[in-house]
Design a binder for this molecule. Structure first.
Ligand code: GLN
Length: 493
């Protein structure tokens, strides 16, 4: 058998059920890697003792034949999910010492399925970022590095801790959240699979809010099958989230038939942007060739409003964030910096508690919502958002799926692009449109560039059609046969 930390969830599940491996053994192996990769700063909080306890309970359940779908599987949880009794920071100073008295629906679903939590993963502050450099707890380093160059690279963001931990084999899978690309872009940078489900598929209850009309939880894994398994456990209707979809949950694993003959795959011509890294364009062509060879029909489609997507997102997301983040006032949660008056206490707390990027977003958000500018910015952005969604709906009259790159560049070094927020926002150019339209989308690792860094391909599907997204992703995954591993993998390798 492969090293325990190289097993996929699907393989580990079989090994656990046949008692070839024990949950305790598996958790211990992973815990050793969690300790070994501490220099990457992927975790904000480790819960290894709790994990050992949970693994023991899983062992009893497996022995009794009552194990859940993820019984004994060691996972990491992005620190945006409230976890009962375990520090939850959203990567922010303002949530200092916040120990939620409740569990988010998604992490609760995973727990109930038997998953073992190894810890809470580092992330950009309030999920705002594309490089995991805005965390109050410091940047995360990617486990990958460029050939012959040991400068630390970013893992992508905002789910950078999740991406780094999954790629470095410190967890078998992790949760991420995606508001404008934060599952897919770090998955592409780290050479793993990241699935953003349809908006409404996974409950937002107990997930610290960034931009509520966009936020969506999803799995980050090392295989497409694992993404299907994780999604099955995470998703489902939740009456506690008013935008949760009351819709049947298919068995996502059955999507992986390996057959995409006759599937119509659209290639959005507006995604061929000037300035996109040529190796990424080449990989895109390679993806098209793989899909064709597997019997799919390739159709060029047009999404004419794509060029407005980033501007639209960077109005809507900050607007919602400015409203959501009003709750951090020093009274209800976390940090409090005293002042002579109540107003001064609010101001002191927020000045000390939020980092620069969060403050920038709050200012942009309050500006675009202010009386004089609401019509010119926020309302206009809402209208453009509807046009972007309509572009997709029209394309999906002709095709079943869309294929595009995930990100316009491979991972960059820590320090590059850092002083220019606009350059950073450009990372999201291929991921934001599907977010604005609420569509399911996946990134799969499809190749390495000449520096030896992973590159991702993205498939975007119709609303609630994760089945087709997973089916095609499975076929591309097989064709790509991506087996590369980062250099920085922990103990036991
Ligand atoms: N990078 C984007 C942003 O900074 C997306 C973040 C996300 O999806 N959470 O807003």
């Amino acid at each position: 058998m492969a090293a325990l930390t190289d097993l996929t969830i699907a393989e580990a599940r079989d090994a656990l059920r046949s008692r070839e491996v024990s949950a305790t053994e598996l958790t211990a192996e992973y815990s050793a890697v969690v300790e070994a990769i501490r220099p990457l700063n992927a975790f904000i909080t480790e819960t290894l003792d709790l994990a050992a306890e949970q693994a023991k309970q899983s062992e009893a359940k497996l022995a009794a034949g009552t194990g859940g779908a993820l019984e004994g599987i060691p996972l990491g949880i992005k620190d945006l999910f409230c976890t009962e009794g375990v520090l939850t920071t959203a990567g922010s100073h303002i949530l200092d010492g916040f120990i939620p008295p409740y569990e988010s629906t998604v992490s609760g679903n995973l727990k109930r399925a038997g998953a073992v939590m190894l810890g809470k993963l580092n992330m950009d502050e309030f999920a705002m970022g594309s490089a995991n450099i805005t965390s109050y707890y410091g940047p995360v380093h990617s486990p990958w590095s460029r050939k012959g160059d040991n400068r630390p690279l970013v893992p992508g963001g905002s789910s950078g801790g999740s991406a780094a931990a999954v790629a470095a084999r410190a967890v078998m899978a992790a949760t991420g959240t995606d508001t404008g690309g934060s599952i897919r872009q770090p998955a592409a940078f780290a050479g793993i699979v990241g699935l953003k489900p349809t908006y409404g598929r996974c409950s937002r209850w107990g997930v610290v809010a960034f931009a509520s009309s966009l936020d969506q939880a999803g799995p980050m894994t090392r295989s497409v099958r694992d993404a299907a398994i994780m999604l099955g456990a995470m998703a489902g209707f939740d009456p506690k989230d008013s935008t949760s979809a009351d819709i049947d949950l298919p068995d996502f694993e059955t999507a992986l038939t390996g057959d995409i003959r006759g599937l119509r795959i659209g290639i959005p011509k507006e995604y061929r942007l000037d300035g996109t890294n040529p190796e990424i364009l080449k990989l895109w062509d390679q993806g098209i060739a793989w899909a064709k060879a597997a019997g799919a029909e390739i159709v060029e489609v047009s999404l004419p409003h794509t060029k407005y997507a980033l501007a639209t997102y960077y109005i809507i997301a900050p607007a919602e964030a400015s409203s959501n983040l009003a709750r951090y006032d020093g009274v209800r949660f976390g940090l409090r910096v005293p002042g002579d008056t109540l107003d001064e206490m609010y101001a002191n707390t927020r000045a000390a508690g939020f980092g620069a990027e969060v403050k920038r977003r709050i200012m942009i958000g309050t500006y675009v919502l202010s009386a004089g500018y609401y019509d010119a910015y926020y309302l206009k952005a809402q209208k453009v958002r509807a046009l972007i969604a309509r572009d997709f709906a029209q394309a999906f009259e002709k095709v079943d799926l869309l294929l595009a790159p995930t990100a316009p560049t491979p991972a960059f070094a820590l320090g590059e692009k850092m002083d220019d927020p606009i350059a950073m926002y450009l990372n999201d150019v291929f991921t934001v449109p599907a977010s604005l339209a609420g569509l399911p989308a996946i990134s799969i690792p499809a190749g390495l560039n000449s520096d030896g860094l992973p590159l991702g391909l993205q498939l975007i599907g119709k609303p609630f059609d994760e089945m087709t997204v997973l089916r095609a992703a499975g076929v591309l995954e097989t064709a790509a046969a991506f087996t590369a591993k980062p250099e920085f993998v922990g103990a036991g390798q």
